[in-house]
Unconditional design. Sequence first.
Length: 755
Amino acid sequence: MPDNLLIIESPAKARTIRKYLGPDFKIMASIGHVKDLPVNRLGVDIQNDFKPEYVTIKGKHKILKELKAAGKQAEAVYLAPDPDREGEAIAWHIAEELKNGAKDKDKKIYRVLFNELTARAIREAVASPQALDKNKFDSQQARRILDRLVGYEISPLLWKKVKGGLSAGRVQSVTVKMICDREREIQAFESEEYWSLTAHLQTGDPPPFEARLFKYAGKKVALKNEDDTLKIVSEITGLPFKVTTITKKQTRKNPSPPFITSLLQQEAFRKLRFPAKKTMSVAQSLYEGVDLGERGVVGLITYMRTDSFRLSNEAVGEARTFIEERFGKEYLPETPNRFKSRKDAQEAHEAIRPTSSRLTPDVVGPYLSKDQLALYSLIWKRFLACQMSPAILDKTQADIRAGKATFRANGSIMVFPGFTALYQEGSDDAAGDKNGNAQLPALEKDQVLMLIKLVPAQHFTQPPPRYTEASLIRALEENGIGRPSTYAAILANISGREYVSIEKGRFRPTELGFLVTNLLVARFPEVMDTAFTAQMEHNLDRIERGEVGWTDILREFYISFEKALNQAKRDIKWEVVTDIMCERCHRPMAIRSGRNGIFLACTGYPECKNTANFTRDEKGRIHLETPAETGRQEGICEKCGRPMVVKNGKYGSFVACSGYPACKNIWNPAPVNTGVPCPEEGCGGMLVERTSKKGKKFYSCSRYPDCTFATWDEPYDDVCPECGTRVLSIKRKKDGKAVLVCRKKGCGYKRPSEN
């Protein structure tokens, strides 16, 4: 029997570690947490200084019994869950169970921290174990209790006052509020027209280039309408375009820092379209170890939950040697690049990096899945690039005069690629700065250029974009909401609720999201305040540093929370009042939620029971829907012979049997025929407009289920002139203009719609 027991939380990690430890260690996995607060009750004794009630998680009794039995036989126990607060909580609960079941109350129990699963790191960690960190455990415990208090105290109020099944969360609800606030910014945004004037020019030698109107009569110009623009066009047409000023300068572009958790999640979304939850799952598998054939099981990256840019000297030294060998000495800076972490960073772990620079994507690729290889390549390239020389660019700026108008052209030439030879960071701005990266021909002062054409163009200012996963994570980090290790869970939670929808990769609040957010802000303004939530995260960090007791933070929070909670319980009506007046009693209508969705109800209820469905326009203004005449007979039920009558539901009017619930026959409204033939060869059906279960419009073949063709885009009866694909898609821009595009992926054909 081995003298020592090492307990890890993951079977995959256990397999990797087993390779590097000798026969003196028995290795077992707890498979995550073994203890937690109970599911069916609060589990926190508020009157007894917030004492938590921990119970064994369902399904974990057997493994806990096995761990306790093995612990009794071992001379020493080494607890090695992940080196973060969650891992500390797993270790702490296992240690408590082992102590309670041990005859020897002085059993040696150690904490082991693995930042990477390599032979050196594992052996060094086991050779120098630590004591359990009570401050770190208390910090996690405080977070868990805070989340339980908010979730279990507010959610029942939502069930009672609004609708069953709703939930509130300390961080989740604030995140939804941020999405709602962004939507209100978009709704309140007033687009303004502006124009640009671009001159397409050339010298005697290629390439042609573009210059944009910059000044007029010596002053910076802002073209507000077509008349002003065409006036300048008319004035300078036929005039010579002469180069007046040329400015050249050399600039250096420094590499980005290595990945921390939030940056990895953002970049994986931008470049790989990985949701944060998937990024962390794939990263976990890379950290825990992959079987590399003759090399055996190897942990490929360091621990992926970190907010520090710190890198070990050994890792940097190996990277510099590799860079010089692979790229040459000119790609290696004289001294290693160092990056400063954020002020509030914990600095507990290194940045995310490969465990060895020599484990290149080409070397490990044959042993990885497609997703693993994509993420590992991203991490490996980012780490190597962060230790490479800057890129050097020659930038040229030329001012070109035509009468009173001055045009400006910008261009750049890569003199030395530096780190960009390996890696370039992604951007949330898909458009980028195309003109600034254009290549300019050799230009000289007073040189007269040939005008190819003048292009006036109309533009409109754009509202702030809706959040993607990447931009939302950045906003959470900037506002101090949550911590890097919690972002994936936050985004997974809000994506799984009906509070937000995801349209074209961006978060948009639903009516339910708006309603719940408005109600919570009105009754729990402190809990829903981003600054307060950020301060609470700071307080959790203070607990971990031992600067304040966890119960002190909970007491301070609960004083104001309990007051708001009691007031919310006394509040009879939870509703959002609108400026729409009831047509029956002329009292305001309020937004409410029911089993059929969100609707308007008279605030005079129960005296007045008037309700109505509504929609919002792009400005967020509410408009009443004109419902079908409820109760009007529409034929006879073919199942029971009773009258079929018009009813209104979550997705509009429908016809149902008046014998409900004894008879549940429903006639769905006839789908609207678009007049566009189904593109499937030999089908002969027509495309009709239908509504999905979530109320979203789509188009499918009238011969369904015999033909399963369907599309979200509005169809147009025409053939793509480039690839021959039958039926085009109608895409509508933000300014309302329609564009016809080929629906075949990769074709790219489009043209303005004539309608």
